[in-house]
Design a protein around this ligand. Structure first.
Ligand SMILES: [Zn+2]
Length: 128
């Protein structure tokens, strides 16, 4: 887990108008826990969350995933792999109607893992 991941970072100046704490956006509706699967966009993260739905015809439950685009305020700064809480807001853009309100922790570190794999591969090449 990243240090201070439970809190909003106070030392970061937040000029974000779409921030639920410093801006003018109000949250409502339900909140969803999920994992950030993409942080490539400048102010948006893609959050994936799994859920089960029951299929009446076969009397089985299915596992499904849903991907939601959520606004990522400056003061929260969620990154790839972070476990986050998102909450409904007014429509912020064409695809966004959610905002990240809390960092719940770092689930895994994909970038660190990749770096380790690269090092291992380099070592393997050297030994050949
Ligand atoms: Zn803020």
């Amino acid at each position: 887990m990243r240090p201070g991941a439970h809190y909003i970072r106070d030392n970061v100046e937040c000029n974000d108008a779409k921030c639920p704490i410093h801006g003018s956006v109000k949250t409502h509706g339900y909140s969803i826990e999920g994992v950030v699967v993409s942080d490539k966009l400048r102010t948006t993260v893609i959050v994936e969350h799994g859920y089960t739905s029951y299929l009446q015809k076969y009397q089985r439950s299915l596992r499904k995933n849903s991907r939601i685009a959520a606004h990522n305020p400056q003061c929260i700064g969620a990154r790839l792999g972070d476990h986050v809480l998102i909450q409904g807001t007014r429509r912020l853009s064409k695809t966004k109607s959610f905002v990240v309100t809390k960092l719940l922790g770092m689930k895994e570190k994909p970038q660190a893992k990749k770096a380790e794999e690269k090092q291992e591969k380099a070592k393997a090449k050297e030994s050949q």
